[in-house]
Write a protein that binds this ligand. Structure first.
Ligand code: UDP
Ligand code: MG
Length: 327
């Protein structure tokens, strides 16, 4: 038997969760009919939702033994949700997908076909269109991928998504990356393994709203740049080197003037020269410091990636206790 864990991060998804559950059940049934070796578990992450998401998950878990959930103590973000899901999954294969049906469950059988013979370690989708997204947003997204791929050694595929069907081996590799500031698009790519990209057109949400604001996306893309590139820290070193060069030019002019011109007035030039020399040196040294700092800064905190408040086991126990009390 092969167990497939389906991980679904949810933040305020009361509107789409029932729809998602219905869809995924159909697909799981279809896959079981085709491949009798398959078994499933659903691992939902309630990322500190403020609506009825947790209540829905509780009742789903009570009715359906395949449903498990982890509820966070507060909103930790989708990245933390995915990590919690991966960490708590037990499957030989692990799927990560959104609750909002923008990652169509109908792709799962196709994805499984790619990973099942070991030819690929991961099957994922790649959006080829950004339909339904504002022009400004798409333009910024494109710009981000361009910059990112220039300044980072880790390749980030434009349109790649967090909709993935992975082998246990790849999941363990991802779990070995304990970094606190997680940027999954970078992490998936960094661990390597053989990935199959399935292209598809963008799908719009049937209900609920996207929880990404433009500003949120902007901050997330900075996360990507800072987590997978130290190029920004090099800016001050480069700037410093440039100013130092200018200082040297001033110095040469100063010396030449001192030799060639009879009774030269060098005060202004000398001041300029000293000023640029010192400030250039300053920036350059700060830049070097930055290089060391970048390697220790974030990881030194060792904070947990998420904190759990409740899961289906805790909830079941609590319900049982309540049951014996009332008897
Ligand atoms: N999500 C989450 N925590 C958050 C924000 C989002 O777990 O803080 C989940 C959300 O419930 C959904 C997925 O991440 O299942 C993608 O979110 P969304 O649809 O808002 O993003 P978009 O599709 O617009 O990129
Ligand atoms: Mg979405």
């Amino acid at each position: 038997m092969k167990l497939v864990s389906i991980i679904v991060p949810c933040y305020n998804e009361e509107d789409v969760l029932p729809m998602f559950y219905e869809e995924i059940q159909k697909v799981m049934q279809q896959m079981r009919d085709e491949h009798s070796e398959l078994m499933f578990e659903l691992v939902f992450i309630d990322d500190g939702s403020k609506d009825k998401t947790l209540e829905i998950l509780r009742s789903m878990a009570l009715q359906d033994g395949r449903v498990r959930y982890i509820s966070f103590s507060r909103n930790f973000g989708k990245e933390a949700g995915m990590y919690a899901g991966l960490e708590n999954s037990r499957g030989d294969y692990v799927v990560v997908m959104d609750a909002d049906l923008q990652h169509p469950p109908a792709f799962l059988p196709k994805m499984y076909n790619y990973v099942k013979d070991g030819e690929f370690d991961c099957a994922t989708t790649r959006r080829v269109s950004r339909e339904g997204e504002s022009k400004v947003r798409s333009a910024f997204a494109r710009l981000f991928y361009k910059i990112m791929n220039k300044i980072s050694q880790t390749e980030i595929v434009d349109g790649a998504q967090d909709f993935r069907f992975m082998t246990r081996q790849m999941v363990n590799a991802i779990l070995d990356m304990h970094e606190y500031n997680r940027f999954s698009k970078g992490i998936f790519s960094w661990v390597g393994f053989r990935t199959k990209y399935i292209e598809y057109e963008n799908v719009e949400r049937p209900a609920g709203t996207s929880s990404w604001s433009f500003w949120g996306l902007f901050k997330y893309s900075l996360e990507g740049i800072f987590a997978f590139s130290t190029a920004p820290l090099a800016i001050s070193a480069i700037l410093g080197a440039l100013i130092l060069m200018i200082a040297i030019v001033f110095l040469i002019v100063l010396i030449v003037k001192a030799i060639v011109v009879p009774e030269p007035d060098l005060r202004f030039l000398a001041a300029l020269c000293i000023f640029s020399l010192l400030s250039g040196l300053n920036l350059f040294c700060v830049g070097i410091l930055g290089q060391y700092l970048s390697r220790t800064y974030l990881e030194s905190k060792h904070r947990p990636i998420y904190l759990m408040r409740e899961n289906e086991e805790i909830y079941r126990e609590r319900m049982e206790e309540k049951g014996t009390e009332t008897e």
